[in-house]
Design a protein around this ligand. Structure first.
Ligand code: ATP
Ligand code: MG
Length: 278
C-alpha cells in the first residue's frame, strides 16, 4: 500500500498520519517525519515513511522482525549516523520544526534531547551514582549538591530510589535485570531529555519487572514524549496512546492504539495484531 499515512484522508483503509486523539491543542506534534526513505548501503530499509508523533504521549512501533522499527527509532536521534553506509536518502525528520538532519545540527546536543533505552540494559561498569551523573559530568557539571539532587530525582523518576538509596555507591551491574533497566531509564532522564526512545525495553524482563517499567512509562509521559518499540502486543495496548504498524519497511497503519487493536483499518494490521502472522 502506498504511503498510507501521508494523507489525513478518510478513504477506507487509509489511516490518518496523526491519531485522531492527538489532533488537539494539548498534544501538538513534536516529531514530524515526512516521506523518509532510509537505506543501509544498497538495501532500502524504510520506504516513504510519514508520521507525526505527538508530544507527551507514548507512541508504539509494532511489526514483524526486520520491518524497520529500530531503524526508524534510531533515525530520530541520528544513531544510524554511526553505521557505515547507512543514510536517510529522502524526506525529512523535524523535531519542533527543526530538521534534525540539517548539516549545522549538533548531534551530541540532539542526543541529549532525544535519549535512548535499549533492549538489553547496559549500565556502565560504575556505581549507580556514577551511572546517573555520567552525562551531566560530561556536560561539565561538578557541583556535588546539584549532582546529588539529580541522582535522587532521576532515581525517583525511574521508580528505583527506594530500592537503591542505601547502595548508591555500589556497582550498577550488581542490580537485578529489571533494576538495571530502570537504572538505564534513570540515566536517560538525568540529562533532562524531551524524548525517550525505547527499543524493546522489557524483552529481557520477567512479568513483574515488565509491569514496573510499564507503570513507569505511564508516569514518564507526564514529562516526556516516549516512542517505544515492542513485540509484545499486550504491552503496546497497555502503555501506548498511538500505535504505528510497519511491514517490510513501510508504515501500514498509524492510529490511536485502541483503534489499531480493536478496529484496524487495514487487513495486514488486523492479521498481525491478532497473531495471524509475524
Ligand atoms: N546495521 C545494519 N546494516 C545493514 N542492514 C541492517 C542493519 N540494521 C538493520 N538492517 C536491516 O534493515 C532492516 C530493518 O531492520 P530493523 O533492525 O530496523 O528491524 P526491526 O523491525 O527493528 O526488527 P526486530 O523486531 O527484529 O528488532 C532489516 O532488513 C535488517 O536486516
Ligand atoms: Mg529492532
Amino acid at each position: 500500500m502506498d504511503s498510507p499515512a501521508s494523507s489525513s484522508s478518510t478513504a477506507p483503509g487509509v489511516a490518518p498520519a496523526v491519531p485522531q486523539s492527538s489532533r488537539t491543542e494539548t498534544t501538538p506534534t513534536l516529531i514530524d517525519i515526512q516521506n523518509v526513505d532510509f537505506a543501509y548501503g544498497d538495501t532500502k530499509a524504510l520506504h516513504d515513511i510519514t508520521l507525526q508523533i505527538p508530544e507527551k504521549r507514548v507512541t508504539a512501533f509494532i511489526g514483524p522482525s526486520g520491518c524497520g522499527k529500530s531503524t526508524l527509532l534510531r533515525c530520530l536521534n541520528r544513531m544510524n549516523d554511526l553505521i557505515d553506509g547507512a543514510k536517510v536518502e529522502r524526506g525529512s525528520i523535524k523535531i519542533r520544526d527543526i530538521d534534525i538532519y540539517r548539516p549545522d545540527v549538533d548531534v551530541i546536543e540532539l542526543r541529549k534531547r532525544v535519549g535512548m533505552v535499549f533492549q538489553k540494559s547496559n549500565p556502565f561498569p560504575k556505581s549507580i551514582y556514577e551511572n546517573i551523573t555520567y552525562g551531566l559530568r560530561l556536560q561539565g557539571e561538578s557541583n556535588k549538591a546539584r549532582l546529588d539532587e539529580v541522582v535522587e530525582r532521576s532515581l525517583r523518576g525511574a521508580a528505583l530510589w527506594d530500592e537503591v538509596k542505601d547502595r548508591l555507591h555500589t556497582s550498577g551491574l550488581g542490580l537485578s535485570g529489571g533494576q538495571q533497566q530502570r537504572l538505564c531509564i534513570a540515566r536517560a532522564i538525568a540529562v533532562a531529555p524531551e524524548i525517550i526512545l525505547m527499543d524493546e525495553p522489557c524483552s529481557a524482563l520477567d512479568p513483574i519487572a515488565t509491569a514496573k517499567v510499564e507503570e513507569l512509562i505511564h508516569e514518564l509521559k507526564e514529562k516526556f514524549t516516549i516512542v517505544i518499540v515492542t513485540h509484545n502486543m499486550q504491552q503496546a495496548a497497555r502503555c501506548s496512546d498511538g500505535t504505528a504498524f510497519f511491514y517490510l519497511g513501510k508504515l501500514i497503519e498509524y492510529a490511536e492504539t485502541q483503534t489499531i487493536f480493536m478496529n484496524p483499518g487495514n487487513p495486514q494490521t488486523e492479521a498481525y495484531v491478532s497473531g495471524r502472522f509475524g
